[in-house]
Design a protein around this ligand. Structure first.
Ligand code: FMN
Length: 361
C-alpha cells in the first residue's frame, strides 16, 4: 500500500495524494501599473505543468496582502480585483485537473523591498520600485538591509485586517486552501522571535505577547475563510540560533495554540529570521521538526526540505513523521515527479493523468 498516493481529507477538501508543491516565489509579476502583482503567462505555465504532472496540492507562492508586503517588487499580490481575476485562470485549471489549489498569504516585514534573487537580491529603494520596510522593531535583518520602521499599534491592526481582506479575495479567486506565511523571517516570523521582536507593549516580550500578532491574523483569516475549507500555517521551527531565538520547543507549544485557533495543518520549515547562522542542510534535514510536532500534538503536519527520492518520501509518511511531503526544487527540476513516482511504486499508486497524456502512462 503506497502512502504517497493515499488521498487526504481536511475539513471538506480531499487532496488526491500526499505529493505537494510548497510555495516558491517566481518574482515575475509586473512591479507597477494596472497589472502589478497579478499572475502572468509564466505563472500559468509554471503551475499548470506541475498540475499535469500529478501533484496533489499546489501552494501558490508567497502572495502579498499589500504592496509593501512583497519581498520584491515583482512578487504576486492579492490586494485588488485585477489580481483576483488573473488568479482564477490558474485555480480553474488546477481544479479541472484534480489538483487542489492553495495560496500562501504573506507580508515580507523587514525583508521586504529587495531585488529579484537572480539580480543579486539586494534591498531596493524607490528608484527601483522599492519602499521602506516595516517590522515589529527597528532591527535590520543584516548589514545589507535597511532598518525597518516599527509598526504602531494601529498599523498592526491594519495589517491584521489586510490578511483577512486577502483571504476573502483568495476565496473569491477559487482557492480551496489558504496558508498563512509565518516562516523565513518575514513579518509574522519577525513578531514570533525574540531575536527580531524587542517590543515592550502587548506584542513583544513574553511568548504570549510575541505570538499575539500571529494568532490575531489566524483569527481574522479563519473568520472569513469558510468552515469547510482548511487553513494552513507555515512556520520556521527554529531560527537556528544557539540562544535568543525561536526554538523547536516554542514550535510545539505554538502548534497547539494554532490548532485551538482553527489551523488545520502546520507546514514545518526553518530558518530565515537570523543572518549568519549555520544551517546543517542535508536530505530531509527539517523532517525531525515536523515529526516532533506530529508526535507531541494532534495537529497534522507537512514536511519540507530536500525531500527528493520516492523511497525517502514514502518512509517519512510510513514512519508517521508527517501527513504529507512538500517537494520544492525537485518539482522545479521535474514537474512530473508525482506521475513518475506512481509509476515506480505501481500497484495501488494511482495518479491523475491528463487525457492528452494517456499514451505516455
Ligand atoms: C525559488 C524558490 C522560491 C521560494 N519561495 C518561497 C515562498 O514564496 N514561500 C515560502 O514559504 N518558501 C519559499 N521557498 C522555500 C520552499 O517552499 C521550500 O521550503 C524550500 O525550497 C525547501 O524545500 P526543497 O528542498 O524541496 O526545495 C522558496 C524556495 C525556492 C527554491
Amino acid at each position: 500500500m503506497s502512502a504517497l498516493f493515499e488521498p487526504y481529507t481536511l475539513r471538506d477538501v480531499t487532496i488526491p495524494n500526499r505529493v505537494w508543491m510548497p510555495p516558491m516565489c517566481q518574482y515575475s509579476a509586473a512591479p507597477e501599473g494596472p497589472d502589478a502583482g497579478a499572475p502572468t503567462d509564466w505563472h500559468f505555465a509554471h503551475y499548470a505543468a506541475r498540475t499535469a504532472g500529478g501533484t496533489g496540492l499546489i501552494i501558490v507562492e508567497a502572495t502579498a496582502v499589500r504592496p509593501e508586503g512583497r519581498i520584491t517588487p515583482y512578487d504576486l499580490g492579492i490586494w485588488n480585483d485585477t489580481q483576483v481575476e488573473a488568479f482564477r485562470r490558474i485555480t480553474r485549471f488546477l481544479s479541472d485537473q484534480g489538483t487542489i489549489p492553495a495560496v500562501q498569504l504573506a507580508h515580507a516585514g523587514r525583508k521586504a523591498s529587495t531585488d529579484q534573487p537572480w539580480k543579486g537580491g539586494a534591498p531596493v529603494g524607490p528608484d527601483a520600485h522599492g519602499w521602506q520596510p516595516v517590522a515589529p522593531s527597528p532591527l535590520a535583518f543584516d548589514e545589507r538591509h535597511p532598518v525597518p520602521t516599527e509598526l504602531t499599534l494601529a498599523q498592526i491592526q491594519e495589517v491584521v485586517g489586510q490578511f483577512a481582506d486577502a483571504a476573502r479575495r483568495a476565496l473569491d479567486a477559487g482557492f480551496e486552501i489558504a496558508e498563512i506565511h509565518g516562516a523565513h523571517g518575514y513579518l509574522i516570523g519577525n513578531f514570533l522571535s525574540p531575536h527580531s521582536n524587542h517590543r515592550t507593549d502587548a506584542y513583544g516580550g513574553s511568548y504570549e505577547n510575541r505570538t499575539r500578532f500571529a494568532l490575531e491574523v489566524v483569527d481574522a483569516v479563519r473568520e472569513v475563510w469558510p468552515d469547510d475549507k482548511p487553513l494552513f500555517f507555515r512556520i520556521s521551527a527554529t531560527d537556528w540560533l544557539q540562544k535568543g531565538g525561536w526554538t523547536p520547543d516554542d514550535t510545539v507549544r505554538f502548534a497547539r495554540d494554532l490548532q485551538a485557533h482553527g489551523i488545520d495543518l502546520l507546514d514545518v520549515s526553518s530558518g530565515g529570521n537570523a543572518s549568519g547562522v549555520h544551517i546543517p542542510t542535508g536530505p530531509g534535514y527539517q523532517v525531525p521538526f515536523a515529526a516532533r510536532v506530529k508526535a507531541e500534538t494532534t495537529l497534522p503536519v507537512a514536511a519540507v526540505g530536500l525531500i527528493t527520492e520516492v523511497e525517502q518520501a514514502e518512509k517519512i509518511l510510513a514512519n508517521d513523521e508527517a501527513d504529507a511531503v512538500l517537494l520544492g526544487r525537485e518539482l522545479l527540476r521535474n514537474p512530473s515527479w508525482a506521475r513518475l513516482a506512481a509509476r515506480e511504486l505501481g500497484g495501488d499508486a494511482q495518479v491523475h493523468v491528463p487525457d492528452q497524456y494517456h499514451r505516455s502512462v
